[in-house]
Ligand binder design. Structure first.
Ligand SMILES: Cc1ncc(COP(=O)(O)O)c(C=O)c1O
Length: 414
């Protein structure tokens, strides 16, 4: 049976809660938003949390609240989600990049220290990519030494931690995403974690100014998520999506038709603004209750897959025995990534690539970042989501070995 690159799940009770909310009138406003914020305060270990329309809207509110002078320098990781540097630039700040390192694929603290020497950055945005913490303790030290703000992009995390401290609590701010493919899926939305209570209050006021959602929005979100859940459901994927992918992969040579996530024309806030709803918060609260066992399963699958392939494949990995990763995605670097993706598709394993990009290469005159360039060229996400059985994980590992044999290569395991 072919295996889809990811599995989107329609949040439990989403249709029922929509209908009861419609009847009782608490779809948009109610106490669930504050309860979800409180659940984050407790789970991440921070003084304040603010629900926002999306992670990117949250970042936008953070940048507004910092009140930096126009043109102030902000450092982003060169390998990351292009919307992040794009937002920084559209706010009128000067973008600087620091390269990633190849173990965590997160920002390299030494590259960050060098970036500070070359200018006067006022803030740093660091991403815990795919749920694997960056070297956040070292990064936080560098940022503190320069008296700058630290913003953690936790779009891919919920419980990732270093030394028992959760991602999202090291910086002045953290932002989490609740899009459909993320650790918590409330069909959109996000959460900010904030160290300073006064700033949290200002951001909450800003978030409250967003227009209230309406039934058209709800119908669209339910429709889109139901569709995503249907096409990634194993039977439907095997019967219709997989054959279509195979057909399409035969008819083109080099393409990134199968690249997932970001496309160049997608940088926009469209659909990502609007006040976070009581309805979504109810979905989030339900998921937080059950998330630990899901994360355990996710980690077990990821570690099993990585364990079987480690000798032959370079995987993104957490550093340090006291680091806890969420493994939203399992990521390997393959020097011949497009061929590997094709080989795996032929063997019934669908994969995801070009989700994160070498952001510096998308802009002009901001320098070259060799690790980010390599990560963009080589990163391939193998399916290891929690719904997969142990037997399926073992079978994916076998199919990867088989594909490596067919290519006559290993991926340069370190
Ligand atoms: C690393 C990263 N940061 C930020 C975002 C933006 O999240 P949202 O879609 O909730 O705005 C994403 C979305 O995929 C992401 O992957």
């Amino acid at each position: 049976m072919p295996i889809a690159r990811q599995r989107i799940v329609l949040p439990k009770s989403s249709w029922r809660l929509a209908l009861t909310g419609l009847a009782s009138g608490d779809l948009w406003e109610g106490d669930a938003v504050e309860r979800l914020e409180n659940a984050f305060i407790a789970a991440i270990g921070v003084p304040a949390a603010v629900a926002v329309p999306s992670a990117r809207a949250g970042l936008s509110f953070i940048l507004e609240s910092l009140n930096l002078e126009p043109g102030a320098e902000i450092i982003c990781s060169a390998f990351g989600y292009p919307v992040v540097p794009h937002l920084v630039a559209t706010k009128g700040y000067t973008l600087r990049f620091a390269d990633c390192e190849l173990e965590t694929l997160g920002m390299d603290p030494e590259a960050l220290a060098r970036a500070f020497e070359q200018g006067n950055p006022r803030a740093v945005i660091v991403t815990h990519l795919y749920g694997i913490p960056a070297r956040i303790r070292e990064i936080a030290e560098v940022v503190k030494a320069h008296d700058a703000y630290l913003i953690e992009d936790c779009a891919h995390c919920f419980s990732a931690a270093v030394g028992g401290q959760k991602a999202g609590s090291f910086g002045d701010f953290g932002y989490f995403s609740f899009e459909t493919s993320k650790m918590i899926n409330t069909m959109g939305g996000g959460m900010l974690t904030v160290r300073d209570l006064e700033m949290a209050g200002k951001i909450r006021e800003r978030a409250r100014q967003e227009p209230q959602r309406d039934l058209g929005w709800l119908a669209k979100r339910l429709g889109k998520t139901t569709f995503e859940a249907t096409v990634t459901q194993p039977l439907v994927f095997g019967a219709s999506v997989y054959p279509a992918l195979r057909l399409a992969s035969r008819s083109t040579d080099e393409d990134d038709r199968f690249a997932s996530g970001y496309q160049a024309d997608e940088i926009s806030m469209k659909g990502r603004m609007g006040r976070y709803t009581n309805y979504q918060a109810q979905l989030g609260l339900q998921q937080i209750e059950a998330i630990e066992s899901l994360i355990e399963r996710r980690v077990a699958n990821a570690e099993r897959l990585i364990g079987q392939l480690r000798d032959r494949v370079h995987f993104q990995q957490p550093v340090g025995a006291d680091t806890r990763a969420d493994y939203m995605l399992v990521t390997a670097l393959f020097p011949r990534m497009p061929e590997m993706a094709r080989q795996l598709l032929q063997r019934g394993v669908d994969t995801k690539h070009q989700y994160m990009r070498d952001c510096a290469a998308l802009l002009e005159g901001v320098g070259e970042f060799p690790n980010a360039a390599r990560a963009e060229r080589e990163a391939l996400h193998l399916p290891a989501y929690p719904q997969l059985t142990t037997a399926q994980i073992d079978s994916i590992a076998e199919r990867v070995k088989d594909a490596l044999d067919a290519l006559g290569t290993d991926s340069g395991a370190s």
